[in-house]
Design a protein around this ligand. Structure first.
Ligand code: ADP
Length: 588
């Protein structure tokens, strides 16, 4: 163990000397109070330490001790339903020790040591195992079965395997390796700043279905993909995140909250545990891990929190699960990075952010992916990452937004002005994009309907044309539009109101299957196509746009899944009949 002494304290940054034997990213204990820190820079025998606790009162000469291990997380049963701080200390345990006001230097294990878990072995004595192989399972919560995997670097023959209830420190298996016997517990550790290894990364070609129409149909995220969402206040960001946590095809949700103000985090801590998993009726926490940077922790802890969160997420990905990670907000994380960079007296880049802002962000997002795990069987798991950005004043030309947009492949542009008009979800269809569309075309056309992409494109074109027509209307008025353009405006309005508007609080509308999204797409498109033809053939525009069937199309979002086919057929037939009626000459 290498020890040194404090030379200088600058807020969350402590410079220690006499640290020649320490390594980058080692965990250190600072001063007699044993504050937790991490070495983020080494110069000769001087270590720059990012301290994750309040450093007031610390001074030169106090001892610094390196633990000679990198900042790591504990992975094993007990993760799910936990609420951790940025360095994986369970909030309930630290509060038990120190009350609501965090005491400094509190040492608590991340995984509870007293809990016992039922371990069901899946291998037997004599079996050959290697890194990533599953040796047993633990039913961690009603919703999650944790797979206990052979830790990194171990390969050999099972010499002993147990069955029964154990704590995370009890030995459940012994592996005979080339380097001797290795005792395995249900817990393993992993350094947070290193991505967990996998066998291979697959092209993201399958969507992470969310049941949210504007996302799935227009701007889908791939399973294992990366998306960014800006979060102007009141734009419905919280509602979107809750909808994704509840409905996205993810077995596990990891939510990292880097809130600015203390109460933002309190909201998350109050709200998340209240959410219900709609598919099972169980609390959503039964498949969730929460990382919350409480306001009484210094900003430096935010910097660590996204690594803590993503490492936990990778661990579940390795089990073969679909994991959705949400980081809110990466702007707050970047501000922590900027503050540390300033303290380190590094050359500042744009707006004071360090020059490596972009590469750090990229390193984080790169840990997303659809992968084949290590191990003989190689499970397919996916880690999808959704990062919220909160640019000051909502101006996305600032460095964090710009750096993020260069990396992510999906952007859901939440727009305060749409929210103001009560258009929810307030995702701006003209500013948002998904670069996964090409990769996923085959999946959608093959798995949902062969005209999926074509239908999507038709709707998108109409929405774009609407925006152009609106400009004209502003200048010369609606009456100046040709009948066919008027019809376009009507069809686009129907796309917005009947398709894009989705009420998260409506029992049926809150989730739309892809099959239903396709039917809705067909109906709004068919209205436009058939009305356009009819118009050319001399039908009355007025009659076409006031067809009562349009009401029915608008209400299709409330049709329950079991009635889709019959209702679709009925609406489609009514549409044909009413189009035909639009040809009848008006009386008088
Ligand atoms: P933010 O977190 O961006 O400040 P919220 O997510 O709390 O905003 O949303 C603000 C309000 O907007 C909500 O209380 C709700 O009334 C409304 N809202 C947002 N999204 C939807 C939605 N999809 N359906 C219905 N109402 C919504």
């Amino acid at each position: 163990m290498s020890t040194g002494v404090i030379k200088k304290v600058a807020g969350p940054l402590v410079i220690a000397e006499g640290m020649r034997d320490a390594n980058m990213f080692d965990v250190v204990r600072v001063s007699e109070q044993r504050l937790i820190g991490e070495i983020i820079e080494m110069h000769g025998d001087e270590a720059s330490i990012q301290v994750y606790e309040e450093t007031s009162g610390l001074g030169p000469g106090e001892p610094v001790e390196s633990m000679d291990v990198p900042m790591s997380v504990e992975l094993g049963p007990g993760l799910i339903a936990s609420i951790y701080d940025g360095i994986q200390r369970p909030l309930d345990d630290i509060m038990k020790i120190s009350g609501n006001n965090l005491k400094r230097g509190v040492e608590v294990p991340s995984l509870k040591r007293n809990l016992k878990w039922e371990f069901v072995p899946t291998v037997k004595v004599g079996d050959e195992v290697e890194t990533g192989d599953v040796i047993g399972t633990v039913q961690e919560t009603v919703l999650v079965q944790q797979k206990i995997m052979v830790p990194y670097g171990i390969k050999g023959t099972i010499k002993e395997i147990k069955e029964g209830t154990f704590t995370v420190e009890d030995i459940v298996a012994v592996v005979e390796t080339e380097k001797g016997e290795k005792e395995l517990t249900m817990m393993q550790k992993w350094p947070v700043r290193r991505g967990r290894p996998y066998k291979k990364k697959l092209t993201p070609e399958m969507p992470l279905v969310t049941g949210q129409r504007v996302i799935d149909t227009f701007f889908p995220i791939a399973k294992g993909g990366v998306a960014a969402v800006p979060g102007p206040f009141g734009s419905g960001k919280t509602v979107i995140q809750h909808q994704l946590a509840k409905w996205a095809e993810a077995d596990i949700v990891v939510y990292i909250g880097c809130g600015e103000r203390g109460n933002e985090m309190t909201d998350v801590l109050n709200e998340f545990p209240e959410l219900k998993d709609p598919k099972t009726g169980q609390p959503l926490m039964q498949r969730t891990v929460l990382i919350a940077n409480t306001s009484d922790m210094p900003v430096a802890a935010r910097e660590a929190s996204i690594y803590t969160g993503i490492t936990i997420a990778e661990y579940f990905r390795d089990m073969g699960y679909s994991v959705a990670l949400m980081a809110d907000s990466t702007s707050r994380w970047a501000e922590a990075l900027r503050e540390m960079s300033g303290r380190l007296e590094e050359m500042p880049g744009e707006e004071g952010y360090p020059a490596y802002l972009g590469s750090r962000l990229a390193q984080f997002y790169e840990r997303a992916g659809h992968v084949v795990s290590l191990g003989k069987e190689g499970r397919e798991g996916a880690l999808s990452v959704i990062g919220a950005v909160s640019p000051p004043g909502g101006d996305t030309s600032e460095p964090v937004s710009q750096a993020t947009l260069r990396i992510v492949k999906v952007f859901w542009g939440l727009d305060a002005s749409l929210a103001y008009k009560r258009h929810f979800p307030a995702i701006n269809w003209l500013k948002s994009y998904s670069l996964y569309l090409d990769d996923m075309e085959k999946w959608f056309n093959g798995q949902v309907a062969e005209d999926w992409m074509e239908g999507r494109q038709k709707m998108m074109t109409l929405l774009q044309e609407e925006a152009e027509l609106e400009e004209i209307v502003k200048m010369v008025g609606m009456d100046a539009l040709s009948p066919s353009d008027r019809l376009k405006m009507e069809a686009a309005r129907s796309i917005r109101e009947d398709f894009l508007h989705q009420n998260s609080f409506h029992e049926v509308d809150t989730y739309t299957s892809l099959k239903k999204q396709h039917m809705m797409m067909v109906l709004v498109n068919e209205f436009f196509d058939r009305a356009t033809d009819a118009l050319k053939d001399g039908a009355s525009l007025q009659k076409l746009i006031s067809m009562p069937v349009r009401e029915q199309i608008g209400r299709f979002k409330y049709v329950t899944e079991d009635k889709l086919d019959e209702e679709f057929k009925q609406v489609d037939e009514t549409l044909s009949a009413q189009i035909a009626a639009a040809f009848v000459k008006e009386e008088g």
